[in-house]
Structure formats: structure tokens, C-alpha cells
Write a protein that binds this ligand. Structure first.
Ligand SMILES: [Mg+2]
Length: 248
């Protein structure tokens, strides 16, 4: 193990998820999804509708996935199919992309009102990683990744960014497929087996396992340690701080 970073010595690059790992935005995403889905379900099924669960449904069907995949996967779990539509659909369109855009409007409104907060433990860990000469990437399904990083002045901490915008440009499928993480490792010039993945989403764990990465760290912010291990984590921590200063 690399003492100080809690990683195998073979690791040369670290690939970080954004929402829930670097920033406290996973809960903001979950709240925006809930507001959007509950309004949709209430209108469709009446006041007896079963609400979106911001922990269980969010973890299982939405977290970590590209926006349209999140809409489709959750609706499928309720036996609902909507037309796909397209990325330019207005937020009131009854389509997968329309609902996705409705959620994104709510998210941006919440971020504008409340701001974005970083996890200090992650920022300390990132600085330690870079001080030891390892390369870093941010790998997020979010199309708002760059704005969020700028809001917390964290853009310079990453050598490479593979986010929702880059994935769309390159035609990369999102998590739980490993393609965005693999692209980030390739951009850094490091084989997957020598890269570590840091993720809080179950879909992110699946991507880490499917990509054959050298080490997968699950970050448990909501009490889902067992599920993170079940989805392929090598190690689960509550905060990246815990990885630092370990002797092994
Ligand atoms: Mg996340």
C-alpha cells in the first residue's frame, strides 16, 4: 500500500466522481429528482401515488447515471414508458428528455439559491494525491460538472475532465458502463489496472468493476456501506480523509 493515500503502490492515477464525492450535491440532485418525479406521478396517478424515495429509488435507479437514463430506469421500475423525445425538449414535454430537463431546471435553481459545498476531506485528499505525483481526473455523468467545479475553485485539481458534455461529444455510454472512466484513464495515459476509482453511487461501483480498475473506493455518505461492497468496492470509507496516513 502507498502509505498516506491508502492505495496499492501500483496506482498512478485517481479518477473521482463529482456529486457526492467531491461536492455535497448528491442530496441536491436527489431532492430535484424527487420534486420532479412526485409532481409527474401525482398528475398521472392521483393523490394515492407512491412517491419517489430519495434514498432507495435514487440509489437504485438514478444516482450516477446520465440524466435521460435515470428518468427511463426509474419510470421502468414503475411500469411507465414515455417517448424518448430529444435533448432539446422543453421541460414541460411528456418525454424522457422533457422530464430530464425539468429535473435539471430544478437542480440549477437549487444550486443558484443554496450554492455548492465541497467536502473538505476530499479536497485535502486530492491535494495529497497530486503532491505525490499521481494524476487526477473528474468523471461525472453531470452536464453541469464544469460549472460546479468552478463554483468551488476545484477545476485546477484535475488534469482531465470526462463529464456529461464530453461523453455526449464522444458518444460514450454513461455509468454503470465503464466507458467514461476508461476514457479518463486513457486521456491520462494510465492503464485501467493502475487507476483507482472513487464513487458514491452503486452504478459507479458497477462501472469500476466492469472496467477492471486497479482499486475501487466506495464513499458512503448515506449509510449504504454493504451495498457499495456488494457492487464491487475494494474499500468503503465515510470520507476520503480516512485513507490518509495509513501504514500497511
Ligand atoms: Mg456521485
Amino acid at each position: 500500500m502507498t502509505t498516506e493515500l491508502g492505495l496499492p503502490e501500483t496506482i498512478q492515477a485517481c479518477l473521482f466522481d463529482l456529486d457526492g464525492v467531491v461536492t455535497r450535491t448528491a442530496v441536491v440532485h436527489a431532492a430535484a429528482w424527487k420534486e420532479m418525479f412526485d409532481a409527474f406521478l401525482r398528475e398521472r396517478e392521483g393523490p394515492g401515488f407512491r412517491p419517489f424515495d430519495p434514498v432507495a429509488d435514487y440509489d437504485e435507479y438514478v444516482d450516477g447515471r446520465p440524466r435521460a437514463d435515470g428518468v427511463r430506469t426509474f419510470l421502468e421500475s414503475r411500469g411507465i414508458r414515455l417517448p424518448e423525445g430529444g435533448p432539446g425538449d422543453p421541460p414541460d414535454a411528456e418525454t424522457v428528455h422533457g422530464l430530464g430537463n425539468r429535473k435539471n431546471d430544478l437542480l440549477l435553481e437549487k444550486i443558484r439559491t443554496d450554492g455548492v459545498e465541497a467536502y473538505d476531506g476530499t479536497l485535502r485528499y486530492l491535494r495529497a494525491v497530486r503532491a505525490r505525483g499521481l494524476r487526477t481526473a473528474i468523471v461525472s455523468s453531470s452536464a453541469n460538472c464544469r460549472d460546479v467545479l468552478r463554483a468551488i475553485d476545484a477545476e485546477p485539481l484535475f488534469d482531465v475532465r470526462v463529464d456529461g458534455v464530453v461523453a455526449a461529444e464522444r458518444g460514450l455510454p454513461g455509468k454503470p458502463r465503464p466507458d467514461t472512466f476508461l476514457a479518463a484513464a486513457r486521456d491520462l495515459g494510465v492503464p485501467a489496472g493502475r487507476a483507482a476509482v472513487y464513487e458514491d453511487a452503486l452504478a459507479g461501483m458497477d462501472a469500476g468493476r466492469a472496467g477492471g480498475f486497479g482499486y475501487v473506493v466506495g464513499v458512503d455518505r448515506v449509510g449504504q456501506t454493504d451495498a457499495l461492497y456488494a457492487h464491487g468496492a475494494d474499500r468503503v470509507v465515510k470520507d476520503l480523509d480516512e485513507l490518509m496516513g495509513e501504514e500497511k
